[in-house]
Design a protein around this ligand. Structure first.
Ligand code: EPU
Length: 312
């Protein structure tokens, strides 16, 4: 089916699907330009909706075609193989209209909104609850999917409604509770929803206090993480017994390199694309670290990053 689509023997017209809905579409796009790690081959098609409505509509339209449909946000948690993906990819990167204040500290936010910008916007409006997100290199959509968190907070704490692409191409809504989110997972991932946005519930706060805690988080992140390098954030979820980064450090793996990929000397749970790494380098290095962690833990360490590619 997929091979047939790529050979053009299908009647589904991927370019027309975007054009008909006013969604920009590109063909054979190198995904290294769409991920923070900066590796990875092409996607067959990439779509750039600007609104939640357009995202839901294009998602529905592409669902009628033979290629798998994949969603990409900031690409800060995804490693794409060098061979790329035969898929129709919807990126949320252009879905960044300013947050809309609804009522009583409720914000309607689009999936492509970068988290640090959102946290700063909230601070300006004396809204507290997003301080933890300062410096997280992701967008709201990905954060909803993996329940992004840092500094003792996570996005699930402030989500009241998830807005997602409904089965008829509409923006559907689902009220959620804290139990719908867990450590690095959520109802969005469990049910395979395409989250096009969310309604967040924040608290009143004092601008200066909010800014002060954001500044402290920013400084701490700069000291403890390789924030100026190309990475995909933490590679493994913390396995419970001990933070993965500390284990990797203790097991002497920092600085280990394969090709252009290096285990960060700053934080053990980060792999850095330091010298024009390929996805092959990065994935081989992940496997090497994984082997050592598996021996130390006595079980399989769980990846936090997603790996995209046709033989995943
Ligand atoms: N540590 C070391 N060596 C290292 C790294 C860490 O000894 O190389 C020690 C630290 O000194 C600290 C402990 O391990 O005592 C935990 O480290 P850290 O505070 O950096 O937190 P973490 O558990 O490694 C988590 C999240 C990060 C988030 C930070 C800050 C996971 C997998 N990671 O890291 O999230 O930014 O807390 O709140 O849960 C991400 O999701 O991509 C991510 C980076």
């Amino acid at each position: 089916m997929i091979a047939a689509a790529s050979m053009g023997s299908t009647s589904f017209d991927y370019r027309a699907a975007g054009e008909r809905l006013g969604v920009r579409v590109e063909r054979e796009v190198p995904l290294r330009t769409h991920t923070t790690m900066g590796v990875g081959g092409p996607a067959a098609w990439v779509y750039y909706p600007r609104t939640m409505e357009a995202a839901a509509a294009i998602h529905h339209a592409l669902g009628q075609g033979p290629l798998p449909v994949r969603i990409l946000g900031a690409g800060s948690n995804v490693i794409v193989r060098d061979e790329g993906v035969r898929a129709a990819v919807i990126t949320t990167r252009d879905m960044r209209q300013p947050p809309e204040m609804l009522y009583e500290r409720r914000l309607r936010v689009s999936a492509g909104q970068p988290l640090p910008g959102l946290a700063r916007w909230a601070a300006e409006h004396e809204l507290s609850g997003l301080e933890f997100a300062e410096g997280i290199p992701g967008h709201l959509g990905g954060a909803l999917r993996m329940n992004a968190g840092a500094n003792g907070g996570w996005i699930g704490d402030v989500v009241e409604e998830v807005l997602y692409a409904g089965s008829k191409g509409e923006v559907a809504s689902r009220t959620v509770r804290a139990e719908d989110f867990s450590y690095r997972s959520s109802i969005v991932a469990a049910e395979g929803l395409f989250a096009v946005g969310a309604v967040l519930r924040l608290n009143s706060g004092k601008r200066d206090e909010i800014r002060a805690s954001m500044k402290a988080f920013r400084n701490r992140r700069r000291e403890t993480q390789p924030v100026t390098e190309r990475t995909s954030g933490c590679v493994f979820v913390n396995p419970g017994v001990e933070p993965a980064g500390r284990m990797i450090d203790r097991l002497g793996l920092k600085g280990t390199a394969i090709g252009g990929a290096v285990v960060s000397e700053t934080h053990g749970n980060f792999i850095v694309n330091r010298d024009a790494a390929t996805a092959r380098d990065v994935l081989a290095l992940i496997e090497r670290v994984q082997d050592v962690l598996r021996d130390a833990l006595g079980r399989e360490p769980r990846l936090e990053v997603e790996i995209w590619g046709d033989d995943e």
